[in-house]
Design a protein around this ligand. Structure first.
Ligand code: ZN
Length: 79
């Protein structure tokens, strides 16, 4: 699934679609969504998400599907 992106809203640069991971905190839980189609500006690096992609992310965050895998994350306090 590929999306076309208009030029960067901020600098007018070319926006290329890449599959990126997104880390989202929800209710104190870290959720990682892999391979999210994300438009990335080649000039300034600004990221753009298509409305249809955002909708799919919402669906995943609603918790209706099971995760691909579950990983354990270690958390340290900086001392
Ligand atoms: Zn830009």
């Amino acid at each position: 699934m590929s999306h076309t992106h208009s030029d960067c809203y901020f600098c007018g640069g070319e926006v290329e679609e890449k599959l990126l991971s997104r880390e989202i905190w929800r209710d104190g839980q870290l959720i990682i969504i892999q391979d999210v189609p994300t438009g990335v500006c080649a000039q300034c690096g600004e990221k753009f998400i298509h409305a249809s992609v955002a909708k799919s992310l919402d669906k995943i965050l609603a918790g209706t599907s099971s995760p691909r895998k579950t990983i354990h994350v270690s958390v340290y306090a900086f001392t």
